[in-house]
Design a protein around this ligand. Structure first.
Ligand SMILES: [Zn+2]
Length: 200
C-alpha cells in the first residue's frame, strides 16, 4: 500500500521477471491491473485479499509476456487511447503516456507521482529496440523528452525486474546511460541504427 492515497501493488510473476501491477484508489477500493500476463489467479486473489475490486486491465504493450491470454476472454472491451488521455480509477486519474520505441504502441501509465513504465524504461537500462516494430529513434525521444520531462521525484515502476523493484526518474536521469545520451546520433550508434534517421 503506497502513501498519498494510492494503492499500488507490485507482483513479480512468470518466468521472465515480469512485474504485474495493481494500481488504484484505496478509498473507493477500486483498482486496475497492468500487464496481467501471468498467474491470473494470484493477481485476482491478491486484489481480493486487499479488499480491492478489479475494474479493468491495461497493457503497456502487446508483447506476449505482458498481455498473455486474450483480454477479450475477460469480457473487457479494448480501448484506444491517445497520449495524455486519462482514465478515472475511483478518485484518481491515470494518465496514458505514449512512449513508442520498444513497440510502436508502447505506453506508460502515470498516477500522481507514480510511473508504470512497461518495457520503455528499466532501472539502469531501457527496452530492446532491435525487435520487429522497434524504433531506436522513437525510443530516444520517448526516454529523453516524454519521460525526461517528468519531475525527478516521480517514482518509477518498470515492467521487468532487471535492476530492482523501483527507482525515481531523478535517479535514472542521473545514472541510467540510456537517458543520458547527448544526442540522437550517439544513442543510435549504441542502439544499432534504425535506418531512417539522419545522424545529428
Ligand atoms: Zn516487450
Amino acid at each position: 500500500m503506497g502513501e498519498a492515497g494510492i494503492y499500488l501493488k507490485q507482483l513479480e510473476l512468470g518466468p521472465m521477471q515480469n512485474f504485474v501491477y495493481l494500481i488504484g484508489d484505496p478509498v473507493a477500493r477500486e483498482c486496475v491491473v497492468v500487464d496481467p500476463a501471468w498467474e491470473i489467479d494470484t493477481i485476482v486473489d491478491t486484489a481480493q485479499a486487499d479488499g480491492m475490486r478489479l475494474t479493468g486491465a491495461l497493457v503497456t504493450h502487446t508483447h506476449q509476456d505482458h498481455v498473455g491470454g486474450s483480454l477479450a476472454s475477460w469480457g473487457m472491451p479494448g480501448r484506444k487511447v491517445d497520449n495524455h488521455d486519462t482514465l478515472p480509477i475511483g478518485r484518481l486519474a491515470l494518465t496514458f503516456l505514449h512512449t513508442p520505441g520498444h513497440t510502436p504502441g508502447s505506453q506508460c501509465f502515470l498516477v500522481d507521482d507514480r510511473l508504470v513504465s512497461g518495457d520503455t524504461l528499466f532501472i539502469g537500462s531501457c527496452g530492446r529496440t532491435d525487435l520487429p516494430g522497434s524504433d531506436p529513434s522513437e525510443m530516444y525521444y520517448s526516454l529523453t523528452r516524454r519521460l525526461g520531462a517528468l519531475p525527478d521525484n516521480t517514482l518509477l515502476f518498470p515492467g521487468h525486474n532487471y535492476g530492482g523493484p523501483s527507482s525515481t526518474l531523478g535517479e535514472e536521469k542521473r545514472h541510467n546511460p540510456f537517458m543520458r545520451f547527448a544526442s540522437l546520433g550517439e544513442f543510435l550508434r549504441v542502439m544499432g541504427g534504425g535506418g531512417r534517421v539522419t545522424l545529428s
